[in-house]
Design a protein around this ligand. Structure first.
Ligand code: PMP
Length: 430
């Protein structure tokens, strides 16, 4: 038997057989060394939490309701928590009723349950291009045919969605749903403009579309601005996904779905088959956090922390990047999306970047169609401010060197990078 052959291969379900870890994953193991400034993982800065307060909250749960906290719970999640999550949504202007909600193990489980609820192999699902790697992963695990709609500084180009819908209709195909991250998108760092939200809602009505609105970052606008949610505009057509990962802590693995009732019922059945129920312990920690702490103040603190880090990164990019490199300007959350000049392939460059002690996520992982080889995601949420400067300086040096090489070989006519499939991997935290 060859060692590189998986002896279980013939036994796997077909949808699992083609799954493989990205070659990028091995590099991320190196990228977590302390000498490397990692812009790879989409990790919140949990050091911005007051740990004594969190300790108190967790201890209070065990002290006052330990037997319940350590018991099984219901598949929909605790009613007390759902009531409080409705208040979190209301703080952002998103309407909901506690009965509409299902508590999930992070937003990620919600995306997986939604995909398994709606997608048969080969079904078309439309997503922004680029889009969240974990969203692509959930869709791939159901063998969806993911079609992308390009983005610009105002988010998804909704008129191009209209074109894609017409093209699909001509092929006799209907998308199962449109997956979108309207606020401070991962990885593009841009938001869907207000006009486009209304246009998307209109298209949803005209084409009888279902929208999956994934919204982990809506409360993390640097100036506290919120735009109308799709759920607000066309509630019967929207499955809304929220999470406490970015406004409290990803370690509690608490997310939720707000869905029309028939969909909610199916999702509860699917979740019971997957994991019976969410953890009572972490639900009660989140509940106690929301009920007893000024959580809105913590949200403001996170906004400040990320605003400072974003400014640091943008100033450093301006100073350090060679001509021809462009990037998006985030107004909230975690991400800057970078495009490099022709001739540089960000997947191939990553190993050298890590030698230069800086890491990012190559763009291809954010597309289902292998494009994005000239793009990369930089996440500034986790490294300290001084490290962000240092990391961008290192990346700038590398890109200057690389561009000099490309020019020496090709002059000004370097070839475009080619599409190449890459398994969706983004490092820790998506
Ligand atoms: N959606 C998006 C767009 C994300 O960026 C993430 C995490 N990075 C998630 C969903 C899932 O996060 P979690 O499971 O921690 O809620």
């Amino acid at each position: 038997m060859r060692l590189d052959t998986d002896p279980y291969l013939a036994r796997y379900a077909e949808r699992v057989r083609g799954m493989a870890a990205s070659e990028i994953r091995a590099l991320f193991a190196v990228a977590s060394r302390p000498e490397v400034v990692s812009f790879a993982g989409g990790m919140p800065d949990t050091s911005a939490l007051d740990m004594e307060v969190v300790e108190d909250v967790a201890a209070r749960v065990i002290r006052t309701a330990g037997a319940t906290a350590l018991q099984y719970g219901g598949g929909q999640g605790r009613a007390e928590l759902r009531e409080l999550l409705v208040q979190v949504m209301a703080y952002q202007g998103v309407p909901a009723h506690a009965d509409d909600l299902i508590v999930t193990v992070g937003g990620q489980q919600a995306l997986e349950l939604i995909a398994s609820c709606f997608v048969d192999p080969g079904d078309v699902v439309i997503a922004e291009g680029p889009t969240y790697v974990g969203g692509i992963g959930a869709l791939r695990s159901q063998q969806a045919d993911v079609r992308h709609v390009p983005m610009d500084a105002d988010g998804m180009q909704v008129e191009l969605l209209a074109d894609l819908l017409a093209q699909l209709a001509a092929e006799g195909r209907r998308p199962k749903y449109v997956y979108t991250i309207p606020n401070h998108q991962n990885p593009a760092g841009v938001s869907l403009s207000s006009e486009r939200r209304h246009r998307l809602a209109e298209l949803a009505e005209d084409h009888d579309l279902l929208l999956v609105e994934d919204d982990p970052y809506g409360l993390l606008d640097f100036s506290g601005q919120t735009l109308p949610s799709l759920r607000e505009l066309v509630p019967d057509r929207v499955i809304y996904v929220g999470t406490m990962s970015k406004t409290f802590a990803p370690g509690v693995r608490t997310g939720w779905v707000a869905a029309p009732r028939p969909v909610r019922d199916k999702l509860v059945l699917l979740r019971e088959a997957a994991d019976l129920c969410p953890s009572n312990l972490t639900q009660m920690i989140v509940e106690t956090w929301l009920a007893t702490q000024p959580w809105q103040e913590q949200v403001k603190r996170f906004r400040e922390v990320y605003r400072e880090k974003a400014e640091t990164m943008l100033t450093a990019l301006q100073a350090e990047m060679p001509d021809g490199v462009t990037w998006t300007v985030p107004r909230g959350a975690f991400y800057v999306w970078v495009t490099v000049p022709s001739g540089i392939d960000t997947s191939d460059l990553l190993a050298k970047a890590i030698e230069h002690r800086v890491a990012y996520v190559p763009g291809r992982g954010f597309y289902a169609d292998g494009t994005g080889g000239d793009q990369a995601r930089l996440c500034y949420s986790y490294p300290e401010v001084a490290r962000i400067r240092e990391g961008v300086t290192r990346l700038g040096e590398l890109l200057h060197e690389e561009l000099a090489l490309v020019r020496a070989v090709f002059g000004d006519d370097a070839p475009q990078v080619r599409p190449r499939r890459q398994a969706p991997t983004s490092g820790p935290g998506g």
